[in-house]
Design a protein. Structure first.
Length: 66
């Protein structure tokens, strides 16, 4: 999966952590480098880092029409 095409965009991801727990996150991807995705977690209001190989699904968040 090529996640680097989403840099600068808001996406929802399905992530599996090191303990094999799944979570769904809404993030804005800042940078992808060396297998690490650096992002801003919208729900937690904090920057986060994710291992790219543990991101199981990515879905772009479409802006709401006004």
């Amino acid at each position: 999966m090529s996640i680097d095409k989403y840099v600068g965009r808001l996406v929802c991801i399905v992530y599996m952590d090191g303990r094999q727990r799944f979570s769904r996150r809404k993030i804005r991807i800042v940078q992808v480098e060396g297998g690490t995705v650096r992002a801003f977690d919208v729900d937690k209001g904090q920057p986060r880092s994710f291992r790219a190989d543990r991101i199981l699904a990515v879905e772009p968040v479409m802006p709401h029409a006004s």
